[in-house]
Design a protein around this ligand. Structure first.
Ligand code: SF4
Length: 688
């Protein structure tokens, strides 16, 4: 905290929006936030921010902010005291637990919340309730990244740092639009492209970066596995593999090589919609660079073959030796501010804090000792889509949600609503009323990130401080305090005391998670620490140096392309493929950014359509159309765009007026169930 000429105080904190994790200097006058600047000394953003981090702060004291706890009585929400809300929740949860067993309760956590709060949330569900039914928003974004990279390397996190962009010779950007989704990193990638670094973009949409790239492969949505197999084929055929790396540090390469050499390349060329020669040139460009960095986004993960695509991206890096040095690696662009941290803290149904498998007896003993209880739940919990299905089947009776608008963000909204309607108890901690809180029994007002201490972990494994700037609005409380209070009521008091103290929770996290041993509030300083963090506090900028993979060896996997069941079962009747993406001005469901001046810049979702497709249906630019699928329909204005090929549509999803998830489907990544938002079989028509 510092005093400046004009402001009463300026507090350094970490942006709440995307996984870049920009540092912000927030200025306060008379107890109100008046402006935000980007500190030049911040390692992550070096004096830069985007439109969201710098200007989209007005949501924090917006009149819509929830200020008091609410309980629904006779169909209407009524303000109640915290004590009444807590007693109601605890008695209902205990009743449901006793009647149906602990596995009838599920928890959904949030990357909007800090590491400490996510840690406490998973602890409440696992220990306070006694089930592993805990999941978070990684389920709708990067769960396949964590899973796929764990299979290949043993660690499901970025191998390198963004700083490495300064040392790379080639950038391979796959299924990501960081100019909109991760703007500060996007700007750095753009600068590298403009300086003439070899640049390869694979995307169904011609993005700004695609326009600048030396190689652009505009594939048909859903054919990622096919194009990566083609790339591997050419790397092998052109003799551009790194034999030393492969033989010294990896296994199962020969199986992969045999698999790839048997591919039917002309068939894959047809499937992907890109020429074999273009793929070959892109493969040569990547593999012949001295150092090449891969970046990927939700265009990789939100697919039926999402985890497999991540494993193939890992193959490409390993076969060319692009692992374990500066300027290389596999670098997922984590979408949300703390999605990395939420997973690190154990917000997953199969792994607890520190990625340890919850179904192994020795791990159960480890956690039980750390948490001071006799025994942990023994079976893996349910993922969010499974929780919703189980609710419909009557097996899940209660959902406790911290900071997630499940109804708006999960696919097939009508299915989600059906699940919610069957529940006996829905508790939601939130900043604002949302589509999800409307269906809740209890809504608890949470403090925003400006109103509490804690940490977020960005996409390069960097744990950074979130510092309290102003007091909580109204009667709201930090999510961590609410969870501790509920745990108290459930009969599980915290060793860190009844008052939420982020620094003390960090001490507990450092004790439980082996790769965070040296983490402490004081050591984080102004630029944070990248995990693994050794006991003496030294951190790690780069993983897998000298082939030191966590699981001892890097593993190649091989897969064939498989058409998405969405296309197989609905493609005939609904011939267009809809893919979704973000806008620079808004953040995900828009709960925060729509309540800032960013809404004046962009207040509509729209559908990008190739002009030829629209004109064939007699539809003009800017007209509103009805887009529909097997699940439902919505009306949306169209924008003519040559950035999408014929047969492909692209839309954004920030405004509740459109509610695009009414038409998305239930197909998900086979391994992780992450929904396939990027391939939705639809059709559209003029509204008469
Ligand atoms: Fe915030 Fe991401 Fe923008 Fe940085 S790039 S200011 S972290 S939204």
């Amino acid at each position: 905290e510092t005093k400046t000429l004009l402001a009463d105080k300026t507090v350094r904190t970490t942006c709440t929006y995307c996984g870049v994790g920009c540092q912000l200097d927030v200025s306060v006058i008379d107890g109100e936030i008046k402006g935000i600047q980007a500190p030049e000394t911040a390692e992550v953003n070096e004096g830069h921010t985007c439109l969201k981090g710098r200007f989209a702060f007005q949501f924090y004291d917006h009149p819509d902010r929830l200020r008091e706890p609410l309980i629904k009585k006779n169909g209407k929400f009524e303000e109640v005291t915290w004590e009444e809300a807590y007693d109601f929740i605890a008695s209902k949860m205990l009743h449901i637990k006793n009647k149906y067993g602990p596995d009838s309760i599920g928890g959904i956590s949030s990357s909007r919340a800090t590491n400490e709060e996510n840690y406490l949330m998973q602890k409440m569900i696992r220990v306070g309730v006694g089930t592993n039914n805990i999941d978070g928003c990684a389920r709708v974004c990067h769960a396949p990244t964590a899973y796929g990279m764990q299979q290949a390397f043993g660690t499901g996190a970025a191998t390198n740092s963004i700083e490495d962009l300064k040392q790379t010779d080639a950038i391979f950007l796959f299924g990501a639009n960081p100019i909109k989704g991760h703007p500060v990193t996007g700007a750095k990638i753009k600068q590298a492209f403009m300086k003439g670094v070899t640049s390869i973009v694979v995307d169904p949409v011609k993005t700004k970066l695609a326009n600048l790239a030396t190689h652009f492969l505009q594939i048909r949505p859903g054919t990622n596995v096919a194009v990566l197999n083609m790339i591997a084929y050419h790397i092998i055929n052109e003799n551009l593999v790194n034999e030393h790396f492969i033989t010294s540090y990896t296994e199962k390469y020969e199986e992969f090589k045999t698999h790839v050499s048997n591919l039917n390349i002309p068939e894959l060329e047809k499937l992907t919609g890109v020429s074999n020669e273009d793929v070959k040139q892109a493969a040569i460009a990547y593999a012949s660079a001295e150092r090449a960095m891969e970046f990927h986004g939700l265009g990789v993960t939100e697919h039926f073959q999402g985890s497999k695509t991540v494993m193939l991206l890992s193959n490409i890096a390993m076969m060319t030796g692009n692992i374990g040095k500066n300027g290389v690696g596999l670098n997922p662009l984590r979408g949300q501010n703390n999605v990395q941290g939420a997973a690190d803290m154990g917000v997953q149904p199969h792994q607890g804090a520190g990625y340890m498998d919850v179904n192994k007896p020795e791990i159960q003993t480890y956690y039980a000792e750390k948490y001071g209880i006799d025994k942990m739940p023994v079976k893996e919990g349910l993922k969010i889509p499974q929780m919703l299905d189980a609710a419909i089947d009557g097996k899940i009776k209660a959902l406790y949600i911290m900071g997630e608008d499940t109804i708006m963000t999960d696919p097939n909204t009508n299915h989600s609503i059906k699940a919610f309607e069957k529940l006996e108890l829905i508790v939601v901690q939130e900043l604002f009323m949302t589509a999800t809180t409307e269906l809740a029994d209890v809504v608890l007002p949470a403090a925003s990130y400006f109103e509490k201490n804690g940490t977020f972990t960005n996409g390069e494994r960097r744990v950074q401080r979130v510092n309290k700037v102003v007091e909580p609005i109204g009667n709201s409380k930090p999510d961590g305090q609410i969870i501790i209070d509920i745990m108290d009521k459930l009969g599980y008091k915290q060793p860190t005391g009844a008052t939420y103290n982020a620094a003390l929770v960090i001490e507990e996290i450092a004790d439980v998670i082996p790769f965070m041993k040296g983490l402490s509030w004081d050591r984080l300083g102004k630029n944070g620490l990248q995990w693994p963090i050794k006991e003496d506090g030294t951190d790690t900028q780069m993983l897998h140096v000298n082939g030191q993979f966590k699981k001892g060896i890097g593993t190649f996997h091989n897969f064939d392309f498989e058409e998405s069941p969405e296309i197989v079962s609905h493609g005939q009747k609904f011939p267009f493929i809809l893919t979704t993406g973000r806008e620079l001005e808004h953040y995900n469901s828009g709960t925060m950014t729509r309540r800032t001046d960013n809404q004046h810049i962009l207040n509509k979702d729209y559908l990008e359509v190739n002009p030829k497709d629209a004109l064939k249906k007699g539809i003009k630019d800017s007209e509103t159309v009805r887009i529909y699928s097997d699940r439902g329909s919505v009306n949306i204005p169209i924008k003519f765009s040559k950035n999408v090929k014929k047969g492909v549509l692209r839309t954004t999803f920030h405004q509740p007026e459109v509610f695009i998830n009414l038409i998305t489907g239930s197909v998900g990544d086979k391994e992780t169930l992450t929904p396939e938002y990027k391939v939705v079989a639809v059709d559209f028509e003029k509204i008469e």
